[in-house]
Design a protein around this ligand. Structure first.
Ligand code: SF4
Length: 355
């Protein structure tokens, strides 16, 4: 049996004739959210039987859901082979009403998806890294995380969401499947999510950043930088041995990006490790000539972590320094701090609950 969601519409139309059936199947799944092939009423019975015998389109089973006080929802999903992954729904802004109570702006959501089961990159601050790498997710397993969460939370089809490839795994280590997932997401008969709403976040695989850029998919890029010198970055992120900071910056400078958008640099701040003004000065130099936005993120300590949450005043000084040098910078409160929103934590806890 094959996962129907692994197929782009073009691939499906090569298998299922006449070709317009592929469009109909896409609409039933992504727009009408049906649960079974029998519900695809405009397909002939023999086609439905053929699909039933050869395909499935429900690759995820919800195992656990945790809701944070800030409204973030974290999902633990089980895949067909029993492996588990995490995804997070982050409400960015609630519905907005005018003084008469009339809805003037709909709520905005971001969905953080996983791209692999486990991860090879071994970042020292990350729980996912502890379990090592298991396997790549297929395109359909990536796509279904967003589809499932939209459905589950009754987010209407027309309400576009932002997608960040920032969950478990290094998306650029799974570039072929990622690229296919991006195409499926973007399809107008599918979820119709513009590539400009999709941000690929990488630990800094410079050669893969170049390859992603060459694919010209139109997605946005985020770099998990976290340190401004190779020595510290290597300690935090072993990938830096193969791809140092200079190589990342070079790849970023070549990356095709919408003129109105910026490359995001994620900077996980840890008390006394990377939060000094000296670090801020180096960061400004590194970003010279790049249309960048820096996100300073509070480190969310987990059990056994050697790093600590930074002091708010140091975060603010760091941000103010960057802004004084005309670098766009925001402080991001770790959403879902009470549900351990750093990737891998729900999975880790669930294992403990079961033991
Ligand atoms: S932080 Fe991301 S890239 Fe690093 S080990 Fe964790 S999942 Fe992998």
């Amino acid at each position: 049996m094959k996962n129907l969601l692994d197929f782009t519409k073009e691939e499906l139309s090569d298998i299922i004739k006449p070709a317009f059936r592929a469009k109909q199947i896409y609409e039933w799944i992504y727009k009408k959210n049906v649960d079974s092939f029998d519900d695809m009423r405009n397909l002939p019975r023999d086609l439905r039987d053929y699909l039933k015998e050869n395909f499935y389109f429900n690759p995820l089973k919800k195992v656990k859901e945790e809701v944070s006080q800030d409204g973030s929802k974290k999902y633990l999903f089980m895949l067909k082979d029993g492996k588990t992954i995490e995804s997070v729904l982050l409400p960015m802004k609630g519905d907005e009403f005018d003084e008469n109570g009339k809805l003037i702006k709909h709520a905005r959501y971001t969905i953080c998806v996983s791209s692999q089961v486990g991860c090879k990159m071994g970042c020292s601050f990350c729980l996912t890294a502890k379990g090592g790498f298991v396997r790549n997710l297929t395109p359909g397993e990536i796509v279904e995380q967003v589809h499932f969460i939209k459905k589950e939370n009754k987010i209407p089809y027309e309400r576009r969401v932002n997608i960040v490839y920032m969950g478990m795994g290094e998306p650029l280590n799974n570039l072929n499947n990622l690229a296919k997932a991006i195409k499926i997401f973007t399809d107008n008969d599918g979820l119709a999510i513009s590539p400009r709403r999709q941000t690929v976040s990488t630990s800094g695989l410079s050669s893969q950043i170049v390859k992603l850029g060459n694919l010209n998919l139109g997605v946005l890029l985020a770099i998990s930088l976290h340190a401004v010198n190779d020595e510290l970055r290597q300690e935090l992120m072993p990938v830096n041995k193969a791809y140092n900071i200079a190589s990342i910056m070079e790849a970023v400078r070549k990356f095709p990006i919408d003129m109105r958008k910026r490359v995001m640099f994620e900077y996980l701040m840890m008390d006394g490790v990377n939060d000094s003004i000296k670090d801020a000065k180096t960061l400004v130099k590194l970003l010279d000539g790049i249309k960048a936005k820096v996100n300073l993120i509070y480190f969310n300590p987990h059990e056994g972590s050697i790093y600590k949450r930074p002091k708010p005043e140091n975060m603010e000084k760091f941000r103010d320094f960057l802004q004084s040098k005309s670098v766009t910078c925001t402080i991001r409160e770790s959403k879902g701090i009470d549900i351990s929103a750093a990737c891998g934590q729900l999975k880790e806890r669930s294992k403990n609950d079961n033991s």
